[in-house]
Design a protein around this ligand. Structure first.
Ligand code: E4P
Length: 214
């Protein structure tokens, strides 16, 4: 499973890149608003660090605006993937951009039929939001399993990018469900390498070594 960082913080991107396991980055309007920097400039900075797919989301909600913004984002760097909402207008823009060779990430996917349609329109990635479904009492992971099944039934090439990941248990179950990619905050990536028994084990090894050799 590929791991993307879900952040618009350059510091986070550099930290995740330094771990050597970063496959891509996703951003969204909320994440860029937190940074209070120019979106285009920040995307260029992220693309200079991470050579994998970097998702850049459009603000427009209608076809023409999505095309305008998406084409501008795509000019920033060759690894930009244009992030579009999983709406009727987003579907149209997805098809038009795919026809022009621009890769897309169809975001805010909350039902498998959205994933089926955007795959037909040539989406490079689809982003089902696990955490936000869990928040409203649904089972976000079930959506990952269903989309995986639908895509496998028809050999659809769109990658399932599990998004809205809140903790390591989400990440583990995405891998079990066969998500192609999971995008998560830096903290979740770091948490994957933490276990109290690992820390205790290191302490004991060091104490034993010190006792024997000083
Ligand atoms: C994905 O591309 C989104 O940016 C992100 O995962 C949303 O996560 P949230 O529901 O924690 O805001």
């Amino acid at each position: 499973m590929q791991i993307y960082l879900d952040s618009a913080s350059l510091e986070d991107v550099k930290a995740a890149h330094d771990l050597g396991i970063l496959d891509g980055v996703t951003t969204n309007p909320t994440l860029i608003a937190k940074e209070r920097v120019d979106y285009t400039r920040r995307l260029a900075e992220i693309c200079a660090v991470c050579k994998g797919p970097v998702s850049a989301e459009v603000i427009a909600t209608e076809f023409a605006g999505m095309m305008r913004e998406g084409e501008a984002h795509a000019k920033i760097a060759p690894n930009i993937v244009v992030k579009l909402p999983s709406t009727v207008e987003g579907l149209k823009a997805c098809k038009a951009m795919s026809d022009k060779g621009i890769r897309t990430n169809l975001t805010l996917c909350f039902q498998a039929l959205q994933a089926l349609m955007v795959a037909k329109a040539g989406a490079f990635l689809v982003s089902p939001f696990i955490g936000r479904l869990d928040d409203v009492g649904e089972d976000g992971m079930e959506l990952i399993r269903t989309i995986r099944k639908v895509y496998d039934n028809y050999g659809m090439k769109t990658k399932v990018l599990a998004a809205s990941i809140r903790h390591t248990n989400h990440l583990l179950h995405c891998a079990i469900a066969g998500a192609d990619v999971a995008t998560c905050p830096l903290k979740v990536i770091q948490e994957c390498m933490k276990h109290p028994l690992t820390d205790q084990g290191i302490e004991r090894f060091l104490a034993d070594y010190k006792k024997a050799f000083g």
